[in-house]
Design a protein around this ligand. Structure first.
Ligand code: CO
Length: 460
């Protein structure tokens, strides 16, 4: 019987996608020993936006959260998401910081690091992959999935083969926008299984309504693991429901590697929490609904809502259609970057400017950095005319951007003497300087038993 295993995302991606990563530790602490017995392939619980959110909004030390999860889930594989050389954000960090971050993540309890680069430039994941392996943890190499004339099956397979050479244990197909259709999932899974031969993990979101079909066809082609969320935190911009897939797969003759009775207990724990967030408005019904705009506009849902508010602010909502028509042109000129953060913002803003003030009369700073090669190798050829216009005589970077960066960890540690208690604190500061500074000050105030001030709520 073909087995299918489950990665539960309620603590990270579901939490991030539905309630802006605002789930505090105390709300799920008591269910962790239960989750530990559910038989998940892994529990995605850290990385992504959880780190920033802990420091910025929840007044929690993200490292302490990880250690507590570890101690309450001794039998589970704890998984985190890491954006290669960008760690948890969008800027490139020097190698010494990347290595230290990986070491400390593993030391504090992570078993599996899922590592990706938004442009699928494997030079940007190499240091993180090597360090993870050195620390004795497992690497899942993730391909950023998108569709474009240059994102062919062969290209995806090549990326996976390079990852295999680096020593990753599994290949994850990561569709951040929920745009991968069932046939595409079937084709890519089949190609990866045949040509790369590592276990395949599928990751998508329900946004467009495709996800259940996408997983099913991917599994028919041999996918081994799927990312799902406990049902009350599933659907909409989150993952498909764990229980529903386990039920359907069992009926279809697969062995769903999960304990359904325990999974029900897990869901019972999260139900009232879901209801609480619905009541206080943090969880919006719209977020849980199906939105097929991404399919017709070929633009992910999140990017579309950004465009709406952008145009609204400029009093130019009537130009939306023109902007939507301009997006594919800009994307093509930029060599087809996947429309995920930060590229989706770059493309969206540039397309808006092109429509409102003429094609490339203003070129954004980020677009220039991208065209200079600071983000890595572009997936397809860049429009040379645009590049010349944007860069003038500036040279294009052909090396890995991090090769140009000076080590940062030791000097930062020195700078934080008396403030940072340990290397973990130094890493928090390097990742989110202002936010970490406030967090440290608040912590100190609390320890000295003074009245602590609340961290100001800012939107990212
Ligand atoms: Co995701």
């Amino acid at each position: 019987m073909k087995k299918v295993a489950f990665t539960e995302t309620v603590l990270r991606d579901a939490n991030q996608s539905l309630i802006a990563t605002r789930l505090p530790f105390h709300k799920f602490e008591s269910v962790l020993p239960v989750m530990d017995k559910a038989g998940y392939y892994s529990v995605e619980c850290w990385g992504g936006a959880t780190f920033d959110s802990c420091l910025r909004f929840l007044n929690e030390d993200p490292w302490e959260r990880l250690r507590k999860i570890r101690s309450l889930m001794p039998n589970s594989k704890l998984q985190m998401l890491l954006r290669g050389q960008n760690l948890l954000g969008y800027k490139h960090y020097p190698d010494d910081v990347v290595k230290k971050f990986v070491q400390k993540s593993v030391e504090n309890g992570i078993d599996i690091i899922r590592i990706f680069d938004a442009l699928n430039d494997t030079r940007n994941i190499k240091v993180a992959v090597e360090e993870t392996l050195k620390c004795g943890a497992m690497v899942s190499g993730a391909i950023s999935y998108t569709t474009s004339p240059v994102h062919t099956l062969d290209k995806f397979v090549n990326v996976a083969q390079e990852m295999k050479k680096m020593g990753v244990s599994t290949i994850c197909v990561k569709d951040m926008a929920g745009v991968m259709g069932p046939q595409e999932a079937y084709d890519i899974t089949k190609a990866l299984k045949e040509k790369v031969g590592l276990p395949v993990i599928l990751h998508t979101h329900c946004t467009t309504g495709l996800a259940f079909m996408t997983y099913l066809k991917g599994i028919e082609a041999g996918a081994d693991v799927i990312d799902t969320a406990t049902s009350c935190f599933s659907g909409g911009t989150s993952q498909p429901a764990t229980e529903t897939l386990a039920y359907a797969l069992t009926q279809l003759g697969y062995e769903a590697e999960i304990n359904s009775e325990i999974v029900k207990k897990v869901n019972d724990h999260f139900k009232p929490i879901r209801d609480e967030y619905l009541a206080n408005g943090l969880l919006m019904p719209r977020t849980m609904a199906t939105d097929t705009d991404a399919l017709s506009y070929k633009v992910p849902g999140g990017m579309l809502s950004n465009l709406f508010s952008q145009l609204q602010q400029l009093n130019a909502l009537n130009r939306l259609d023109d902007v939507l028509k301009e997006i594919p042109n800009v994307r093509k000129d930029m060599g087809y970057p996947p429309l995920v953060t930060p590229m989706s913002q770059m493309v969206g803003v540039q397309a808006t400017q092109n429509v409102l003030s003429g094609r490339y009369t203003n070129i954004g700073k980020e677009v220039k950095a991208y065209l200079r090669g600071e983000y890595g190798q572009t997936p397809g050829e860049v429009n040379e005319e645009l590049r010349k216009k944007a860069l003038g005589d500036d040279e294009v970077i052909t090396c890995r951007y991090a090769d140009l960066l000076k080590p940062e960890f030791d000097t930062t540690k020195q700078k934080l003497k008396g403030i940072a208690k340990n290397d973990e604190d130094v890493l928090s500061y390097i990742a989110f300087p202002q936010v970490a500074e406030k967090f440290f000050a608040d912590r100190k105030a609390k320890e000295e038993n003074r009245v602590s001030y609340t961290i100001e709520e800012e939107e990212e």
